[in-house]
Design a binder for this molecule. Structure first.
Ligand code: SF4
Length: 285
């Protein structure tokens, strides 16, 4: 088994994804991790530029204070982007595909595209804070060819503190039991989280403190606890950064654990095909 596609230069900078797949423009803040939303700040700046292309794409998404105003646009022009690239690439889906205003139909198109053989070289990381909706939609899929998307997609959620973990992790567990690869972003870490009860259902954990303007501190004890759980349960860990105001810093600034999850495409597909074949055989097909 090999790790998912990666770019060593970006990994060194703490960036686990190689390309953004910008499917959704706009969002709504939904939990404490969203307070200093980087995407909203960028959209506000870009939407205010004189460049007409920037205005068209980002204008009207934010209010006077630079917060999202609830407007959502599905970016049809981006849909086929990964198909045009042959180099194996890890994509991060921007912003939140499962936002309540994104139509089901658009989400299904994305999932359907991920079953296309032209997506096979790629890994699509879909991180959402609306994992409940993601789980609901995935549970509603018929058998069809959806299993093919399991070898391409890693489904994930952000948990910034114990409350968010308690709310979101049960959905990650359910999805993992259905055979989906899972990732959890403990970034920005805003409070302690006990990952032990869920460790066997996490295929990849990202840990990091908040960076940028207004960054809130990550206690190094929280990071230590997450790192220990990963080491004990053999969960691949990507330690992104200490953040802008973590104390004490020296050890953590030099912590260089940047593991990637393994590609399980062959295993997943084979297992699923075996399951399909056995049920076909049981039906006498
Ligand atoms: S879910 Fe993500 S994109 Fe949306 S407001 Fe929160 S941090 Fe920003």
């Amino acid at each position: 088994m090999t790790p998912i596609p990666s770019d060593p230069k970006r990994i060194t900078k703490g960036m686990w994804w190689m390309e953004a797949w910008s499917l959704i423009e706009g969002c709504t803040k939904v939990s404490p991790a969203c307070v200093n939303c980087w995407a909203a700040a960028m959209a506000h700046i870009r939407g205010g530029q004189a460049n007409p292309a920037m205005q068209k794409r980002y204008g009207g998404l934010t209010n006077d204070k630079g917060n999202w105003n609830g407007t959502i646009r599905c970016n049809e022009a981006e849909l086929l982007k990964p198909m045009k690239r042959r180099k194996p690439t890890t994509y991060a889906v921007w912003t939140d595909l499962y936002h309540e205003s994104v139509p089901n139909e658009f989400i299904m198109r994305v999932l359907n595209l991920c079953t296309d053989r032209r997506f096979e070289p790629h890994t699509i990381c879909i991180l959402t804070k609306r994992i409940r909706r993601a789980s609901y939609i995935i549970h509603s899929l018929d058998r069809g060819d959806w299993w093919k998307a399991k070898s391409t997609i890693i489904l994930g959620t952000t948990v910034e503190d114990q409350q968010r973990a308690d709310e979101r992790m049960p959905h990650i567990v359910e999805l993992h039991k259905l055979g989906w690869r899972t990732m959890v972003s403990y970034e920005p870490a805003l409070g302690p989280v006990d990952f032990k009860p869920w460790a066997e259902h996490i295929d990849w954990l990202i840990v990091g403190g908040e960076t940028g303007r207004g960054a809130r501190p990550m206690d190094s004890e929280w990071a230590s606890a997450a790192v220990c759980v990963c080491l004990k349960a053999k969960v691949p860990l990507f330690y992104k950064s200490t953040g802008s105001c973590t104390k004490p810093r020296p050890l953590w600034d030099n912590l260089n654990i940047r593991q990637l999850p393994e590609v399980r495409a062959g295993t997943t597909i084979t297992a699923q095909m075996s399951a399909e074949n056995s049920s076909a055989a049981a039906r006498g097909a």
